[in-house]
Design a protein around this ligand. Structure first.
Ligand code: ADP
Ligand code: MG
Length: 595
């Protein structure tokens, strides 16, 4: 799912970043050789640097010793050049690189001279925060009522390989269609989730509703996002965690799928607005610089807004009435940090909107004899859930009854319980098996092959055939992620926690609720994190890319909408940070610079 945990308190640890921007942590010995930007990258893997972790990165990093990651790829060199010239000016000449030449061994040695331009970082930070504010890149302040603060962002765009990105953009249409087919396949959904439901009341409750709804007859509206991390297995990797590449040669990097989010997908709004800020920063740092860069790109926002509007118009055509019909946002009852993102989608839809919590809907929602959903005297055309994806979003039976009422109504649900179930980790694991995936994509073997190519190996912890992978994970926990069937961030297990958890649940019924997934080995790019009330931090960042897609379909034959945005979401986090929450600055919004 979801972009974001709405429970910022669940993260107690600070991201392992280096706030000391003037320290010798910025020694260029750790940066890859300089490459002119006009030179196309020959491959995403590189042998240019000896290390990709910052010296001095706090050792509190939970996984700094054993983190599987590659050296910086060639695609980061363009960003590196910009960053190097920036660092040179805010630090001193010792960090300067002669153009097109790698650093020599003694560069950066000795005491660093005084910064050449000590105010530059402050100016860049202030410009970035003002540009972000002007673009609406804001989130609610947790302590200041009515207050807003800027969203955490990277100072520089993230350099991405155009070909790699093309691959994952190209398969979004198939993912959209796949999610729809999976959601309608009752036998598959029931069978795949039966084990998890037997130990997980949350899944059991959702399945119980699914059984009572005519999903085949209802319009299904999906606002999806498929997330990816770059992965290139290193030459030594030939264990179970790899992706079948047993040769001694490194496989080329490509994006591998983290998950498909089907409920409460965020960041189509604010995520699309950072590119103009990056453009300003580049112009500020290098006035002559003319970036070939998307300056205003709210495509993903419009994609979502238009899908909601289309759902509304389909409903209105099929349920004629003289009065106005509304879009109902079902929202969290407590603090919502990601308010601007929600508002941008609301405004992009152009629809009359009601924002209500489940708590308030309990007493106000009703369904009439025609199956129409009414709230406070208004007929609801589309229900858009920005909550309801975690057990504690439901306050007991009364809220499950409300969900059932909504699901059975004629209103178009985004997502329906069927689409929500299709997004579970267990379903993703099942679809990573060629024999299962090909059943859903029988008519399109090319799509099937393309989807399998972005899969990482995944295993059901309760499946006896997973024993070798489990043994490998216990021996090499850094190569795996253990995932319960949960959304919202902060739920996964890494390193020793993964070992402890596997040992605790293995052989018990609880094992049925966990997926073991091989970990991606992304390359890093150095960047500067700009966050409210926090000093700028130079980090070696790992970036996650999200492709937005939309579907409006009914049954097996009617597909009114199957679209995706060209513009992708980019979120960057310091290497070693496991989860990706934006709320506490664990991850920062970035934008894509394609090379
Ligand atoms: P959630 O649904 O809770 O967001 P995800 O599956 O998206 O769970 O995992 C949360 C985060 O953990 C991701 O955003 C990603 O940064 C990291 N992550 C998940 N799976 C992997 C993986 N296989 N390899 C590396 N990192 C991963
Ligand atoms: Mg996620």
């Amino acid at each position: 799912m979801v972009v974001e945990t709405n429970h910022p308190d669940s993260h107690s640890q600070s991201p392992p970043v280096d706030n000391n921007i003037n320290s010798d942590h910025l020694n260029l010995h750790h940066l890859p050789p300089n490459t002119p930007p006009e030179q196309p990258p020959s491959s995403a893997s590189s042998s240019g640097a000896s290390s990709n972790s910052l010296p001095g990165t706090p050792s509190a990093t939970p996984n700094s010793n054993d983190e599987p990651c590659r050296e910086p790829s060639q695609t980061d060199r363009l960003n590196f050049r910009l960053l190097a010239s920036f660092l040179e000016r805010i630090n001193n000449g010792a960090f300067a690189l002669p153009p097109h030449q790698p650093p020599s061994d003694d560069e950066g040695a000795g005491d660093p001279p005084a910064p050449r331009d000590p105010g530059l970082l402050q100016d860049a930070e202030a410009l970035m925060k003002d540009a972000a504010t002007a673009q609406g890149l804001l989130m609610r302040h947790p302590q200041v009522p009515d207050g807003l603060k800027t969203v955490p962002v990277t100072l520089f765009p993230t350099v991405l390989d155009r070909g790699m990105l093309e691959e994952v953009r190209g398969i979004q249409g198939s993912i959209n269609a796949l999610m729809h087919r999976v959601a309608l396949d009752r036998g598959f959904i029931e069978g795949a989730l039966a084990g998890a439901a037997s130990v997980d009341p949350f899944i059991a409750n959702l399945l119980e509703i699914y059984r009572q709804v005519d999903v085949e007859k209802q319009w299904q509206l999906g606002l999806f996002r498929s997330d990816y991390l770059e992965h290139a297995p290193d030459s030594e990797e030939n264990g179970t965690a790899g992706d079948g590449n047993n040769s001694k040669h490194p496989a080329p990097a490509r994006f591998k799928q983290v998950e498909v989010n089907t409920i409460c997908v965020g960041l189509s709004g604010i995520g699309s607005r950072l590119a103009p800020c990056h453009s300003r920063i580049l112009n500020f740092l290098q006035p002559a610089f003319q970036p070939d860069f998307p300056v205003s790109d709210s495509e993903s926002l419009h994609l979502y807004g238009e899908a909601l509007a289309l759902g509304h118009s389909v409903y209105c055509r099929q349920h004629p009435a003289p009065h106005t019909r509304v879009l109902l946002f079902v929202i969290h009852k407590g603090f919502e940090f990601n308010i601007m993102d929600q508002r941008l989608v609301e405004f992009a839809s152009g629809l009359p909107t009601l924002r209500r919590t489940m708590e308030s809907l309990r007493s106000t929602a009703r369904v009439d004899a025609d199956g129409r959903l009414w709230v406070e005297g208004l007929e609801v055309a589309v229900v858009y859930f920005r909550t309801a994806y975690m057990p504690d979003h439901y306050d007991g039976k009364v809220d499950w009854d409300l969900r059932l009422l909504i699901e059975k109504s004629e209103a178009i649900k985004c997502p329906s319980v069927a689409y929500q179930l299709a997004g579970f980790k267990k379903i993703q694991q099942e679809l990573s098996r060629p024999e299962v995936l090909s059943r859903f994509l029988r008519d399109d073997p090319a799509a099937c092959a393309a989807l399998l190519a972005v899969n990482m190996p995944q295993y059901d912890l309760a499946d006896p055939s997973a024993a070798p992978a489990i043994a490998d994970a216990l021996a090499h926990p850094a190569r795996y992620v253990l995932k319960p069937n949960r959304e919202g961030g902060g739920n996964n297990f890494y390193f020793q926690d993964l070992v402890d958890r596997i040992q605790a649940v293995r052989g018990t019924p609880l094992a049925q609720d966990y997926i073991l997934m091989a970990k991606m080995q992304p390359s890093t790019q150095r960047n500067v994190l700009i966050r409210a009330q926090t000093p700028p931090a130079v980090v070696d960042a790992v970036s996650e890319v999200g492709v937005f897609g939309t579907v409006l379909a009914r049954g097996e034959t009617e597909m009114l909408l199957n679209r995706r945005a060209d513009a992708v979401l980019v979120r960057s986090k310091a290497l070693g940070v496991n989860e990706g929450g934006l709320a506490l600055g664990w991850s920062c919004l970035s934008s894509a610079w394609l090379v």
